[in-house]
Design a protein around this ligand. Structure first.
Ligand SMILES: [Zn+2]
Length: 304
């Protein structure tokens, strides 16, 4: 069970030495960008795993708070999305997540999200499956219509009680009265210093514990229930797409080599360049919103 060894990796941006299940199958020395070849493979695939990363959301204008331009106030995600930051200053961490939740109200799924959802619905009628495995914590895959989504880092729109562990869907805007109007990303904004009793609280009877966002923070382990499902998908898929994240960057670095080691084709779709010696089968460079609709469109062999 390969993923059992990886659950303690946490949310480091890169996995320096991805663990694999035995020797990797060298598919090609460099990945092909031949879309018609990919389309032949796609037309025969019965179970497709699609691993998505922040790049897919970025094309909808969702900020990632990573990289050179990605700041909220003076911080990046890795400074605030930690259990230590929440313990020190839950008000500040809630301001950050409140801002991210509110931002999502103005964002919509893009053509990449829609292509994935449409493909899932179409292939379902043919007895074929599409499962999305995503590191993204927003809701755009579901909004686009994807039904089978495994969120390995949790959801912006779920809370978890730090006292009783209860997880609940919460789409509230604002999530609590004290956060209304707070969370500005401007670096000159002062800390709201909301007292913990005014932050989101558990609604289970007799609990009233402090709630936190139900997302996986840096340094935390991934949800084992979700990982078990991911493992099954990776073990049974006969085509794997890596979308909006490089296959050498977490989380695809954990998953794609496992699929490739079974000789299953892996296709990357991302805006960046790939390394010269990629071990995967296909690489399509460019915005996913442009490449994915072509890749996942109805194939002439589909009869339903
Ligand atoms: Zn509780």
């Amino acid at each position: 069970m390969i993923l059992r060894h990886l659950v303690s990796v946490g949310l480091g941006p890169r996995v320096s030495s991805p663990v694999t299940r035995g020797p990797l199958v060298e598919m090609t020395r460099s990945a092909s960008s031949d879309m018609s070849e990919f389309r032949k493979v796609f037309s025969k695939a019965r179970h497709i795993a699609i691993i998505t990363g922040a790049g897919v959301s970025a094309e909808s204008g969702v900020p990632t708070f990573r990289g050179a331009a990605g700041y909220w106030r003076k911080w990046q995600s890795q400074d605030i999305a930690t259990p230590e930051a929440f313990f020190r200053n839950p008000s500040l961490v809630w301001e950050f997540y409140h801002y991210r939740r509110e931002v999502m109200l103005s964002k919509e799924p893009n053509t990449a999200h829609l292509a994935i959802a449409e493909c899932e619905a179409r292939l379902r009628k043919q007895g074929r499956s599409v499962v999305v495995i995503t590191q993204v914590i927003d809701d755009l895959h579901r909004q686009a219509g994807s039904r089978h989504v495994l969120k390995i880092h949790g959801s912006l729109f779920e809370t978890r009680c730090v006292s009783c562990g209860h997880v609940a869907v919460n789409q509230g805007s604002p999530i609590c009265a004290a956060l209304e109007g707070k969370g500005s990303p401007d670096p000159d904004t002062s800390d709201a210093k909301i007292p913990p009793e005014k932050l989101p609280r558990c609604e289970k009877s007799d609990c009233n514990g402090l709630l936190r966002p139900n997302v996986t923070w840096f340094g935390e382990t991934l949800d084992s229930h979700v990982l078990t499902k991911v493992e099954t998908v990776l073990d049974t898929c006969d085509l794997c797409l890596v979308v909006g994240t490089s296959s050498i960057v977490y989380p695809a670095a954990m998953f794609a080599p496992q699929v490739a080691s079974r000789g299953v084709p892996v296709a990357e779709f991302n805006i960046g360049t790939t390394s010269e010696t990629t071990r995967f089968t296909y690489h399509f460079q460019g915005p996913c919103g442009a490449t994915l609709p072509l890749a996942l469109a109805r194939h002439e062999s589909e009869v339903v």
